[in-house]
Design a binder for this molecule. Structure first.
Ligand code: UDP
Length: 306
């Protein structure tokens, strides 16, 4: 997401500074920007002091830092808690001191395993505070609380995007999330591994749609949370079958135990607020976005083989 946003803002003539410790990101996603005079990269951890950035003439500070894949945050729960607490506050301080707008990329996980479906922003969620997903869910909820407090106490202009499952080129092959996992399993002729019974649902949004939604939210005047995602819901079983079909793979589909007992059973955004306030809704049909993503990983596989 970060590299796609960077490309987007640079193409519009902005200057962009990326701050990333590359814990879960890949610097190769920015390689094509080397030598671009409007682009700067700082390899550092936002959980450490960022006060040298206070004097920057930033128009906007966007906080995308987190370990968003369940595989990653299960492996690094302390880092996940820190980045959503210390990291978010350090970034908020940069916005406060420089007068920039602050955009927080929050998540549909703030709704936990939801009892309201589809999820709308005024639903407070069903989150287990003491479980294997809580390091991620609670750190994002705490980030939202920090944003609210900085807006109230210090007049920081905050924007909160609650991002639902998003996919597209540049995700790590071994990221662990279902889209890169199933596509790469299918391309390599391996079995697609459904966790649980495959009846859980997700709603997948292509990255270019998300970039557009984030930009509209950033420059809006709206300080309440906004869901950004694609409301076309499908079961994980349907998704696996679609990937087998689109790749033309002979892979079989197998079932494995759910790694997280709190794995949300249903997830689908109500995007009425984004439609009304941002005049935004996704435009890339799932089959088109998935095909583009398959093509990206197929090309990557060929490059790695040669
Ligand atoms: N999932 C799966 N097989 C995999 C990876 C994920 O069946 O190899 C399931 C996972 O249990 C969840 C859904 O796919 O129900 C989406 O998982 P993902 O890790 O992409 O993100 P989440 O939406 O859970 O944060």
């Amino acid at each position: 997401m970060g590299s796609h946003l960077t490309d987007h803002f640079l193409a519009k003539g902005n200057q962009v500074t990326v701050v990333d410790n590359l814990h879960s990101g890949q610097v190769e996603n920015l390689a094509h920007l080397e030598g671009n005079p409007n682009f700067t990269f700082q390899n550092r951890d936002i959980c450490q002091d960022l006060s040298d950035l206070y004097a920057g003439e930033w128009d906007a500070v966007l906080n995308l830092a987190s370990l968003a894949s369940p595989v990653d945050y299960t492996k690094y729960p302390i880092e996940t808690l820190h980045v959503g607490s210390l990291g978010t506050e350090n970034m908020l301080k940069v916005a406060k001191e420089s007068g920039a707008v602050f955009l927080m990329t929050s998540t549909s996980e703030v709704y936990g395993d939801p009892e309201v479906h589809p999820q709308q922003e005024d639903y407070w969620g069903n989150v287990n505070p003491y479980g294997s997903r809580s390091c991620y869910d609670e750190s994002k909820r705490y980030s939202e609380a920090l944003c609210f407090t900085y807006a109230q106490q210090f007049d920081v202009k905050v924007r909160i995007a609650r991002i639902f499952n998003t996919y597209g080129p540049r995700n790590r092959v071994n990221d662990g999330r279902v889209v890169p996992t199933f596509i790469n399993q299918a391309l390599q002729g391996e079995s697609l591994t459904i966790f649980g019974d495959g009846q859980q649902t997700r709603s997948f949004c292509f990255v270019s749609d998300l970039v557009e939604g984030l930009e509209r939210l950033l420059w809006s005047n709206y300080d309440q949370p906004v869901n950004l995602g694609n409301p076309q819901e499908m079961t994980i079983r349907e998704f696996a079958e679609l990937i087998v079909e689109l790749t033309g793979s002979s892979s079989e589909i197998i079932y494995q135990p759910l790694p997280h007992k709190d794995d949300p059973k249903k997830r689908c955004p109500n995007i009425q607020r984004a439609k009304e306030i941002l005049k935004w809704e996704p435009t890339v049909p799932p089959r088109v976005g998935f095909q583009k993503t398959i093509d990206y990983y197929a090309t990557l596989m060929k490059q790695n083989q040669s």
